[in-house]
Design a protein around this ligand. Structure first.
Ligand code: ADP
Ligand code: TRP
Length: 338
């Protein structure tokens, strides 16, 4: 039996939302439950400090993201669950990979290109105005995360496909340049049922945009968040298309194909937006309410979460140290006289 290694991370810049859940957390936990799989799930807090310069938020988010993984059913016996910053070897690998990554590859990264485009749109003469090196080279750090544990599959939302392709490209370059098959070539794993979810302001649902539906809410709070999703002015009874509001894609991410088809038919038959929103909130609650109590209990006991993370770091570091030694040797960083 060949073992498939699955790895993914979530940045610690806010409270996890439905997009994080359907794009990364749910598929990763499902994959981790497969017999022939080894999984690595982590809190990307060094990625967090790229986008968020608020220390209190980074710390609060670290706890929230960890509690979310655990509440959603991550099995810490079978999964290596850790915080990126507890594995300093990742940063050493990050530098070694930086030294073989073409600058042109980073010029093409979406996050950097979007920041440049913002500057151009705002009439800035310097296209790199206020863009930090962390943002520019963040795909290299993500590559180090992935290659360090030899991941075959990386469950991510569609916005991260490019970064996983870059990781593959960099792995190939390294293997080729140093004549050693040290790195496994990773592949993004995308859930076909799940689109990139859109937030209440019409942009990608993201912790960085404050436009999210959080995972853990009371039914009343959830209904309120769902009610903010944009729709158009069509009246009850008027036929509605599935592309007229982001709520359809969110429903689809939580429903079976049959339920999704029924929902599309009901919209076409004139279902009122208000009713559609009630159905959506109930559908989300049906999956997440069962996890809410565990989430609340875990959040009240950060020391317990910390113990779990430390145990995960011990496991992960052992493996990371071994690979790093081989990578350093490959590039000529070795002890003398041995
Ligand atoms: P955010 O943009 O909220 O900070 P992250 O960058 O931490 O999210 O992403 C963590 C994981 O969640 C990634 O795999 C990403 O692709 C996925 N993800 C983030 N937002 C969405 C979304 N709106 N729809 C689907 N998946 C998403
Ligand atoms: N950059 C990813 C994001 O913003 C989070 C992340 C960091 C990640 N390292 C990773 C995802 C490694 C998968 C694998 O969504």
């Amino acid at each position: 039996m060949t073992i498939q290694r699955v790895l993914t991370g979530v940045t610690t810049t806010g409270i996890p939302h439905l997009g994080n859940y359907v794009g990364a957390i749910r598929p990763a936990i499902r994959a981790a439950a497969q017999q022939d799989t080894e999984s690595y799930l982590f809190l990307a807090n060094y990625h967090g400090i790229i986008k968020c310069h608020d220390p209190a938020m980074i710390a609060e988010s670290t706890q929230a993201v960890a509690a979310t993984w655990l509440a959603c059913g991550l099995d810490t016996e079978r999964t290596t669950f850790y915080r990126q910053s507890d594995i300093p070897e990742i940063l050493e690998l990050n530098w070694i990979l930086t030294c073989i990554t073409p600058k042109g590859l980073m010029n093409r990264a979406h996050a950097y290109k979007a920041a440049v485009q913002d500057n151009l749109n705002n009439g800035q003469e310097d296209q790199d105005h206020q863009i930090e090196m962390g943002l520019y080279s963040y795909p290299v750090l993500m590559t180090a995360d992935i290659l360090m544990f030899g991941a075959h599959k990386v469950p991510v939302g569609r916005d991260q496909i490019q970064h996983v392709e870059m990781a593959r490209d960099i792995a190939q370059r390294f293997n080729h340049r140093f004549g050693k098959e040290l790195f496994t070539l990773p592949e993004a794993q995308i859930d076909e049922q799940v689109e990139l979810l859109v937030g209440s302001d019409g942009r990608k649902m993201s912790k960085s945009y404050g436009n999210t539906i959080p995972l853990f809410q009371t039914p009343k709070q959830r209904q309120k968040s769902v009610n903010k999703i944009i729709t158009n002015l069509k009246e009850p009874g008027e036929p509605k298309g599935t592309d007229e509001s982001p709520l359809f894609d969110i429903y689809k991410a939580f429903a079976t194909p049959q339920e999704t088809a029924d929902f599309a038919r009901m919209l076409a038959e004139g279902l009122a937006w208000g009713e559609a929103k009630k159905m959506l909130a109930a559908k989300i609650g049906g999956e997440l309410d069962a996890f809410t109590e565990t989430y609340t209990r875990l959040t009240a006991n950060p020391a317990h979460i910390e113990d779990i993370l430390q145990a995960g770091a011990d496991k992960a570091r052992k493996q990371a140290k071994e690979l790093l030694l081989r990578v350093k040797d490959a590039v000529g960083i070795r002890r003398l006289g041995v």
